[in-house]
Design a protein around this ligand. Structure first.
Ligand SMILES: NC(=O)C1=CN([C@@H]2O[C@H](COP(=O)(O)OP(=O)(O)OC[C@H]3O[C@@H](n4cnc5c(N)ncnc54)[C@H](OP(=O)(O)O)[C@@H]3O)[C@@H](O)[C@H]2O)C=CC1
Ligand SMILES: CC(C)(CO)C(=O)C(=O)O
Length: 306
């Protein structure tokens, strides 16, 4: 199976590197600056599962693409989605499917419009990764998993074949018969975590130690859960127990990639991760007071960084 990974950033670089490590047929679609970095240093991964350097990872740039990939693993940020689609479209042939790993949900509509719904799987990843000052991929905690599936549900042969290709490395591969439910649940958790830690500029443990911190985070979970329920995906009790457990863990150093991006002064996915939830909440006439505070804060950050 020929895999095109769009972006060799934190998650694309990590999962792509791990797949190359076990001999899978992976090519990174990169822009010129990243191509230069990879040519100079190779793809460098620092990880609790073992460091890895791939001296000359296979890369291609948009003008060199041919439509002969079976799987596109999409790992750009949401604000780069349109540009990424324009870049990788030439790599999409009759047999290609697209598996996006972005946080949030709106990108599915954009990908459907570009390639047709039948080609776009549901997907998500759980990992804490970043690019350091040397542009090396740094995995910050051991968790690492990709979950994906057919958006209409069930486990197709195609999903099974992709799972076999992605499997065998140090990350978990979870083919899911209910990927939309899992994507909504991840959005509930991620947006609560990213929104709260970004707003408070603090990890979960510090927020918990502040007056009203726990109530704020659990209130965000409730607001987003109600929006998920309107979408037909009320979070399951077992998920909520895990999510609340993670947000109520005393002393926890847990943060989200959005918080790390703010610390680094980088662009963030405010509209994709939080703004879209507010739009959905407003359309369904659900209260989103905490999400509004978070969003205003994120948009002020965006304005400040210019
Ligand atoms: N980091 C994390 O821990 C997690 C992130 N996520 C989600 O995963 C997604 C990706 O995040 P992350 O990996 O952190 O982001 P990064 O910014 O680290 O990586 C994104 C990469 O996409 C590349 N890219 C963008 N547009 C193009 C294009 N047209 N052609 C080629 N490459 C392109 C960028 O390249 P360039 O260098 O040229 O800008 C960049 O390297 C986000 O939606 C995020 O919310 C989900 C779970 C955890
Ligand atoms: C849920 C979490 C925290 C880990 O995958 C995440 O998606 C992020 O940091 O963006």
């Amino acid at each position: 199976m020929r895999i095109l990974i769009v972006g060799a950033g934190a998650i694309g670089g990590y999962f792509g590197g791990r797949l190359l490590q076990i001999g899978r047929d992976v090519t990174f679609l990169v822009r010129p600056k990243r191509a230069d970095e990879l040519a100079r240093d190779g793809l460098v991964i620092k990880s609790p599962h073992g460091d890895l350097t791939i001296p000359h990872p296979p890369v291609v740039q948009a003008d060199g693409l041919a439509p002969d990939y079976d799987l596109v693993l999409l790992s750009c940020k949401a604000f780069d989605l349109d540009d990424a689609i324009a870049s990788f479209a030439a790599g999409v042939g009759p047999q290609t499917v697209v598996l996006p790993l972005l946080n949030g949900m709106k990108h599915l509509d954009v990908l459907d419009a570009a390639f047709g719904r039948a080609r776009v799987l549901g997907g998500q990843c759980v990992i804490a990764a970043t690019l350091d000052a040397q542009r090396h991929v740094v995995q910050l905690a051991p968790m690492n998993a990709i979950t994906f599936g057919e958006r209409d549900g069930g486990l197709s042969d195609h999903v099974g074949a992709i799972a076999r290709t992605l499997g065998g490395s140090s990350f978990e591969v979870n083919p899911s018969a209910e990927i939309m439910q899992e994507m909504w649940e991840k959005w509930v958790f991620l947006a609560s975590l990213a929104g709260s830690t970004s707003l408070m500029r603090a990890a979960v443990g510090d927020i918990l130690a502040a007056p009203g911190g726990a109530d704020f985070m659990l209130g965000v979970v409730d607001e987003i859960s109600a929006i998920a329920a309107v979408a037909g995906h009320p979070p399951r009790e077992a998920f909520l127990e895990r999510a609340r457990g993670a947000l109520l863990a005393k002393g926890s150093a847990l943060t989200a990639s959005m918080f790390r991006d703010i610390q680094a002064g980088a662009r963030i996915e405010a509209d994709h991760v939080i703004g879209d939830l507010i739009a959905r909440g407003d359309a369904a006439k659900r209260p989103v007071a905490r999400l509004r505070v978070i969003y205003t804060h994120l948009k002020a950050y965006e304005r400040q960084r210019g």
